[in-house]
Design a protein around this ligand. Structure first.
Ligand code: F0G
Length: 440
């Protein structure tokens, strides 16, 4: 039998003073149990933080316990929920590189600069680890006996890893046949119980939310505000890498829109504690076939309609993003931009990123493809400084790489495709290949 969802803190497991509030009606909610949505109105919850008036940049990351001193998330502990040291599950996540490459600036149409913050350099190779260290730590602090998520693949890999680190069983629900082999392999290898459901991600998440409302199963999707607290640190770390000088635009893919929600909260908090003095614009990029948020924005926020999602970028193949209200708040706060890109635009931008030797998974490349479109349409000026978030590693979706470069994507070879050649084991044949490579 599965225990019922708890309505009170788990006995004997006191958690520091954790508080939440509803972003719609403001109702205060205790943060010491597994969290879902506002009990009063069903709205999404935010973690309430007591932020100091100022944070001295030199004090950041000082005096941390050894177990988390190397985490690029817990480094920003003054801007995170006060979880007890003993509950924290960390894999030295974060500390991801920020790369600049003139070829990518040129691809985007910028005379300014295009940088990429590579979140694929996290322990399980996506940005999800930043959220998961906080989410699973909160789960542990509240005495969760099982943690669960629905996923397009990266959340599941990350949850499986952090749950294994914490010694808590993990349940993962994925849309059958619709996540990449690499992500499925990670999830299985790290030991999560994997359930494949007939249907898409949106259906899988709905099913899980029914389960977690009824039973004592800790929900680790980005509906959970503790996850988003960790994801804020992408922005914190980026700004610190930039010496707290704010770029003009931060471009990121929009799927379930947790990151978009987290980025707006992060920027608002940095401004409040005096670490930055202005806000960049957020640019949210969705795949054309999975773009309910872009349509909602284009219609002046008047009508929101979920859609049946279809895109090659399986990570963002989501038709009813759970964090839509949070994302709207982030776009409004930053006078942000929202646009869509086709699958071809995504894959061509991915090939450009891969070709620099940096590499990323398809969804990540939406940040470059979208920037290129926004520059071409005049929404971003050519002399702007833009940072794109690469959300996952190139090896996350090897099939997409092979399909692109071997030319069987829609039957046609794409620009920049790099087709392996076959030769007999013969020196003259090999010499011709070298000659071609040098002069061809
Ligand atoms: N990029 C990658 C590589 C992702 O895995 C995701 C989301 C996103 C972008 C979109 O981020 O949801 O915060 O807007 N993947 C989730 C998952 C849904 O289950 O792994 P978002």
């Amino acid at each position: 039998m599965i225990p019922a969802a708890p309505t009170r803190p788990v006995a004997g497991r006191p958690v520091a003073d954790l508080r939440l509030h509803c972003m719609d009606c403001g109702t205060a909610v205790a943060g010491d149990t597994a969290v879902g949505v506002c009990p009063a109105c069903g709205g999404l919850l935010d973690v309430t933080l007591d932020l100091p008036d100022r944070i001295d940049p030199a004090a950041i990351g000082q005096g941390l316990p050894a177990a988390i001193a190397r985490s690029g998330v817990w480094r920003y502990r003054d801007l995170l929920p006060a979880l007890p040291d003993a509950a924290i599950v960390s894999r030295q996540e974060g500390n991801t590189p920020l790369y600049w490459d003139d070829r990518l600036s040129a691809y985007a149409g910028l005379t300014g600069a295009f940088g990429v913050k590579h979140e694929g350099h996290n322990p399980t190779a996506s940005f999800k680890d930043r959220g998961m260290t906080v989410g699973v730590s909160h789960a542990r602090a509240t005495g969760a006996s099982i943690v669960a998520c629905a996923s397009t693949g990266n959340t599941s890999a990350s949850l499986a890893s952090y749950a294994a680190a914490a010694g808590i069983p993990a349940l993962v629900i994925i849309p059958e046949g619709k996540i990449s082999g690499g992500k499925l392999a990670q999830t299985i290898a790290y030991g999560a119980k994997v359930v494949q459901v007939e249907g898409d991600f949106d259906l899988a998440l709905t099913l899980l939310r029914e389960l977690t409302t009824k039973h004592d199963v800790y929900l680790c999707n980005s509906v959970n505000p503790f996850r988003l607290e960790g994801q804020k640190t992408i922005v914190f770390e980026l700004m610190e890498q930039l010496g707290w000088r704010v770029p003009d635009v931060i471009a990121l893919p929009g799927g379930n829109l947790g990151n978009t929600g987290a980025f707006g909260k992060a920027l608002g908090e940095l401004l409040r504690v005096g670490l930055i003095d202005r806000l960049p614009q957020l640019a949210i990029i969705q795949a054309v076939g999975a773009s309910p948020f872009a349509a909602y924005h284009a219609g002046g926020w008047t009508a929101y309609a979920p859609m049946a999602a279809e895109t090659i970028a399986t990570a963002i193949k989501i038709g009813d993003p759970a964090s839509t209200p949070r994302a709207r708040r982030s776009v409004e706060l930053t006078r942000g931009l929202v646009t869509t890109v086709t699958d071809d635009e995504i894959m061509d931008a991915k090939a450009a990123i891969d070709r620099t030797g940096i590499g990323c998974e398809p969804a990540s490349a939406a940040s470059l493809a979208g920037t290129r479109r926004l520059v071409a349409e005049g929404h971003i000026t050519a002399d702007a400084t833009v940072v794109g978030i690469l959300t996952g590693h190139v090896l996350k979706d090897a099939d997409a790489v092979v399909a692109y470069h071997l030319g069987d994507l829609d039957g046609a070879a794409r620009p920049g495709s790099n087709r392996p050649v076959r030769i007999a084991a013969d020196l003259a044949a090999l010499e011709r290949v070298v000659d071609d490579a040098l002069h061809g």
